[in-house]
Design a protein around this ligand. Sequence first.
Ligand code: FES
Length: 103
Amino acid sequence: MATWMNVLEIDALRDGCHQVVMSPVGAVILFRRGEDFFAMKDMCTHDGGELGSGVCEGDEIVCPRHGARFCVRSGAVLSAPAYEDLEACPVQLREGWVQIDVD
Ligand code: FES
């Protein structure tokens, strides 16, 4: 069963942007694309780098350490030196809040 936790007000994240939030499951990076929100663990699968300070190019985020790229919608790895997908977190919107499942 899911345990949903408010992590950020919906209006606090502008379209096309991303933000790191702290949660019981660790640092999570939230992405907003239009009215859709996506959440991934903020840990690059190459060498554990934090993605929060990375730059987005469209629907891709570039790891600031060595340049691996990931899809912000799915967490899928798109380029070396990473070869594994990011760990996606279930996300939902409720009463003005972005919620993630912290189970
Ligand atoms: S830690 Fe992200 S590409 Fe190396």
